[in-house]
Design a protein around this ligand. Structure first.
Ligand code: KG4
Ligand code: ZN
Length: 345
């Protein structure tokens, strides 16, 4: 199983990649639906599915061409089986299984979070096992202990909103577009440090769980107060609130990640998922980790958010340890606990 075609379609990004077990990543392409959903202020699942249908085959064709290969060279096809939006997942799963059947090669369903979790291994330098992973995306906020491929132990997770959701919802309250994370981060650079102080929920709870829904309420209260007092909020106040919201999220993520390293006795932290693209989070994690002799690894920016490369890569690692099956029946798993895919030891 050398050449793997990976297809990601769990949410609002169609990602396709070709990964070769000896030559590495040969090509990858992404079509983002951001412009289409931004009109609605968030992802519209039915529109997402239809858009995946429109783009997945042309994207496969271009990616194969870019890699200088032919579809017939592909040894296995990997797709995101879950978690995610069911309609969107079904597009990737059905295309992958149909193509695999036509080419007489195995098809393999991959857990989206396993893709994110292993994506820093695509970068150079890459961490070695074991490590602690901070998974921060639009739907998940988890700390995992990773002892190898298929060896994942959940250390803590959010009890309500994900970190990406906290970014997105705060951004929406500040009148920013979707997805709010990068927009809020941009606005925060113009904010005055220390003007507002927002709560750091569960920072000192003594465990490794998170909670972000209170933060969203605090941002809502603050924006309302200013809107009422000033009719509409001035640009500097919006930037100051954005700054305070980002600081609160980054502080909580940093302190919990450091606690996880301390508790496990591990020295390497891997940050994965869309929020891992946040510059402020990267700077603060690096600073605090360096002080304590820890090392932090990030995927390249293009592999932080959803992409096909992480799916092809995770499949390449999986296929080193599990049988490749020519079974073209498929189902998708919109909700799927990562620990369910652990390999027996
Ligand atoms: O991993 P991802 O692409 O999709 C999911 O699997 O959810 O993560 C998307 C999330 C969104 O909430 C988005 O606002 C956030 O990642 N995000 C960021 C940044 N870039 C993406 N949040 C903060 N700062 C960023 N630079
Ligand atoms: Zn994701």
């Amino acid at each position: 199983m050398k050449l793997i075609l990976g297809i990601e379609s769990s949410c609002d990004e169609t990602g396709v990649a070709l990964y070769h077990s000896e030559r590495g990543l040969l090509a990858h392409m992404l079509h983002t639906q951001v412009a289409m959903h931004s009109e609605y202020g968030g992802v519209v699942p039915e529109l997402a599915s239809r858009d995946h249908i429109r783009h997945v085959l042309p994207l496969i064709r271009t990616t194969v061409h870019k890699a200088g290969c032919q579809l017939q060279d592909v040894d296995a096809i990997a797709y995101t089986q879950g978690p995610g939006l069911s309609g969107a997942l079904l597009v990737g799963a059905s295309i992958a299984c149909a193509l695999a059947y036509a080419l007489d090669v195995p098809a393999i369903g991959i857990h989206h979070l396993e893709g994110h979790l292993l994506s820093p291994l695509l970068s150079d330098p890459a961490p070695g096992f074991p490590f602690v992973a901070l998974l921060v995306s639009g739907g998940h906020t988890q700390l995992m202990r990773v002892d190898g491929v298929g060896k994942y132990i959940l250390l803590g997770e959010t009890l309500d909103d994900a970190a990406g959701e906290a970014f997105d919802k705060s951004a929406k309250l500040l009148g920013l577009g979707y997805p709010g994370g990068p927009e809020l981060a941009k606005l925060a650079t113009r904010g005055e440090p220390g003007r507002f102080m927002l709560p750091r929920p569960m920072q000192h709870s003594g465990d490794l769980d998170f909670s972000f829904s209170g933060l969203k309420t605090a941002v809502l209260t603050l924006t309302r107060q200013h809107e009422l007092a000033e009719q509409s909020m001035d640009a500097q106040t919006r930037a100051d609130i954005a700054h305070a919201a980002q600081e609160a999220i980054v502080d909580v993520l940093t302190s919990k990640a450091l606690s996880a390293l301390k508790q496990t006795g591990l020295k390497q932290l891997v940050v994965a998922g869309g929020v891992g693209a946040n510059k402020r989070l990267r700077t603060q994690l690096d600073q605090e980790a360096n002080k304590r002799g820890f090392r932090v690894f990030y995927p390249d920016l293009e592999f932080c958010t959803d992409n096909g490369a992480m799916i092809a890569f995770a499949a390449a690692l999986r296929l080193q340890q599990q049988e490749a099956r020519r079974d073209y029946r498929f189902n998708v798993k919109p909700r799927w606990d990562l620990q369910q895919i652990n390999t027996a030891t």
